[in-house]
Design a protein around this ligand. Sequence first.
Ligand code: SF4
Ligand code: SF4
Length: 374
Amino acid sequence: MNDSVKVSAVKCESYTIELLTKKVQKAIFDVGGWPKKVLDAKSVLLKPNLLSARAPEEAVTTHPELVRVVIRELRRIGIENISLGDSPAGSSSWDKLWSATGMKQVCEEENVELLPFENVKRIECKNGTSLPVLKEFEDFGAVISLPKLKTHILTKLTGAVKNSYGLIPGKAKSMFHGDYQSPRQMGLFIADIFEHIKPDFVIMDGVVCMQGEGPANGSPFELGAIFVSEDPTALDASVCEVYNYKATDIPSLVRVAKNGVGIIDPDKIERTGDAWDIVASKNPKKSHSDFLHKIPEKMFHILTLFLSYRPCIDQKSCVKCGICAKVCSQDAIERRSDGSYRVKGKKCILCMCCMESCAEHAVELTSPLKRLFR
Ligand code: SF4
Ligand code: SF4
């Protein structure tokens, strides 16, 4: 195949270090080994998905043992200077985020720097705008993305392309939702900025994935695979089949390919490895909110407002931490006199940042009918 890109899928049924090591080595070998940029790098940034302070078993974040194995593989090729970080959806402390997700233990044991994504530098984008990205981003010789395969209420899939969005630190990520108020607009925006923060290599955690109301409130399901590629877009275009999507169903992937930054054409993607049969056979649940993508873009806000389709806080699960209110770019979550929190429907733009940031699963997307039942 000329001008093709390789994506490997290797069966891996558990997170035991021995098995992961064998499977990660095989998946990297199948795509032709580490790319030159990684081999030549003096320092590497690892970018797992650390969406919020959740335990690894919840399948919200990249599993720490996969991270450990990747660190050890990088050491085997002589890379000593390794840092790890991500910008979460909420505002819990760095220590809480790293401890809950298991990253603190792994990084301490493997002598890797945990980098808080706090420093911002603006980069000029092709479309004339400037983007606030992690200041240290360009200091690294290579960036390796370690996404978790999950569904996503807004973007359908969160994989390798979406994982780069975490290179934008802090509240800026949720502020952009105010500018791009429909799932499609947000997907296209993510695609447009992707080329400026594209990683050099991707190793995806597809051992236990998320189905249903991802990226934070779905349920784990066992897929049993590790995916590797130099092209994040080709990788996502291949793994979206797990959820019975075609790459052309996902606006961000179509846009990235159109921008010439990645490949989604199946004729140009060379699949290697032994796990492609399970990719097509598991049939996990998509998000119930998939229908939001069918609402015409211009009518999105008005129609969802009319249908009163909004997030709702379950007062029994809520611990009144206030993180959702802090993360909401629209000031649509109010604190009441009794200390509880409530979503003000009219101000809400359905960005789902409150759901993503709530570590207690207390925020749920609801219809008026569902609220009536409650
Ligand atoms: S819903 Fe409650 S527990 Fe969840 S982030 Fe908001 S205040 Fe915290
Ligand atoms: S209430 Fe939640 S979904 Fe609505 S705008 Fe605020 S963060 Fe976004």
